[in-house]
Design a binder for this molecule. Structure first.
Ligand code: PLP
Length: 453
């Protein structure tokens, strides 16, 4: 039986409407149109149940860094499944895939990271971060250091802690979030919030909100600052060059931990292994997921720097009363190991830095000349276009998101997956994108902009 025979396509759309509640979706609107059913994928291309070939400009959900359909991962997963499909890493047990993956992560990450705590996803990783930073300070005799400073319009996941750390108003509105002990400050989004300041001036202003917040909350009450090196889901917000050095200075001078959420930026997206290296910071903790397994199986983790890990290995935490049934799931670990070996051995990170990244960036930035585009930006293989009614003004359309949604729908119709965050169009393609595919991505984007204009 082939895989497609397992899921006869005929009634699938009706069955989906009848039984499946999708994440981040208005079910009535979705069912009125019917969902797009992706049936297979290879490299940078998807195929839907109507036989359309679609360029995956989002690498799934910012995760399929090595591209779709790599047989090495299927083989590694099958072999591990046959050998040991499940065992846990609780209660003084472990297994070879968790050990080997931890070793590999220590090898690939910046020198301060020698330890990892495994989770099942990016959201879980950020729940773990919250528990870790508060426990850390409590064990150092500073139990009042609990508040975590995060940023408005950040995305840190969809669990209660993840969504609370995130700064998304619509998420907070459902379920009474954020939970107490989380404080949000400005994001370095010059295009939207920079006003008359230059990007560099605005970068300093946004960073200094951290210092002001620490003053207001009291340094003795603040545990950590968490941020994505480059905000992804908020709109691929590439901070001005002045932003991160100033944040790093403040974290160093104040007694707070710096957490870099690497769930999107990690594993090559920016042309460095980690976004922190790209922006030049040395965080204490790095939550990761997505590109860790290129999405082939669910797995995440928190890379724990020596400042915190040394306390844990010295027994200062005692039992860390936290963990997930699937922390270090052996089959997911096997997928992650095979994935990281592909990224390393095929030089994908270097390729993003020196070859496909600069190649695509040049063409992408030229889309800034389109009459609908107020700003084009891209680093590594992550980019955005700001759609505006009247350039060169940085003014938004009166009905935020309407034009972006139209543009996204045109991109789908043209055979390209782009994402719209209100009126910001986003791409984050697989790192294996070749020159021809990059040309196609730009051509389809241009056609999509023309159709929308
Ligand atoms: N952190 C960041 C920066 C993310 O972009 C995401 C997901 O998009 C998450 C955390 C949550 O990851 P997950 O969806 O795997 O729970």
């Amino acid at each position: 039986m082939t895989v497609s025979n397992l899921y006869p396509t005929g009634p699938l759309r009706a069955l989906d409407a009848a039984h499946h509640l999708h994440p981040f979706s208005d079910m009535k609107a979705l069912n009125a149109e019917g969902s797009r059913i992706i049936v297979r994928a290879k490299g940078c291309f998807l195929e839907d149940s109507d036989g359309n070939r679609i360029l995956d400009g989002m690498a799934g959900l910012w995760c399929v860094n090595i591209g779709h359909g790599r047989p090495e991962i299927a083989e590694a997963v099958q072999a591990q499944m046959a050998e040991l499909a499940y065992y846990n890493t609780f209660f003084k047990t472990t297994h070879p895939p968790a050990i080997r993956l931890a070793e590999l992560l220590a090898e690939l990450s910046p020198p301060q990271f020698k330890h990892v705590f495994f989770t099942g996803s990016g959201s879980e990783s950020n729940d773990t971060v919250l528990r870790l930073v508060r426990t850390y300070w409590a064990k150092l005799g500073k139990p009042d250091k609990k508040v975590i400073i995060a940023r408005r319009n950040a995305y840190h996941g969809s669990t209660v802690a993840g969504a609370s750390l995130g700064g998304m108003g619509p998420m907070h509105a459902q379920g009474g979030l954020p939970i107490p002990g989380i404080h949000h400050i400005a994001q370095p989004y010059w295009f939207d919030e920079g006003g008359e300041l230059s990007p560099e001036e605005f970068g300093l202003v946004a960073a200094r909100e951290l210092e002001v917040a620490i003053e207001q909350l009291g340094e003795g009450n603040v545990a950590a600052f968490i941020a994505e090196p480059i905000q992804g889901a908020g709109g691929v917000i590439i901070p001005p060059s002045t932003y991160w050095p100033e944040v790093a200075r403040i974290c160093k001078e104040r007694e707070i931990l710096l957490v870099a959420d690497e769930v999107i930026c990690g594993f090559g997206r920016t042309g460095r292994w980690f976004g922190s290296e790209f922006v030049g910071i040395e965080p204490d903790l790095m939550p990761v997921a997505k590109g860790l397994s290129s999405g082939y199986l669910p797995i995440g983790g928190v890379l724990v720097g020596e400042k915190v890990a040394s306390l844990m290995v010295a027994g200062e935490f005692g039992d860390f009363n936290h963990g997930y049934t699937y922390s270090g799931h052996p089959v997911a670990c096997a997928a992650a190991i095979a994935n990281l070996r592909i990224i390393r051995d095929e030089g994908l990170v270097e390729r993003v830095a020196n070859d496909i990244g600069p190649y695509l960036q040049k063409k992408w930035l030229a889309l800034g000349d389109h009459p609908l585009v107020g700003e084009a930006r891209m680093v590594g293989l992550i980019g955005a276009l700001e759609l505006v009614p009247a350039k060169p003004e940085r003014r938004r359309f009166p009905d935020p998101g309407k034009v972006g949604t139209i543009c996204r729908d045109f991109s789908f119709a043209n055979g390209l997956v782009m994402r719209a965050v209100k009126d910001t169009m986003i791409i984050s393609p697989p790192l294996v994108l070749n020159h021809e595919e990059a040309d196609e991505l730009v051509r389809l984007t241009e056609k999509t902009l023309d159709d929308t204009y």
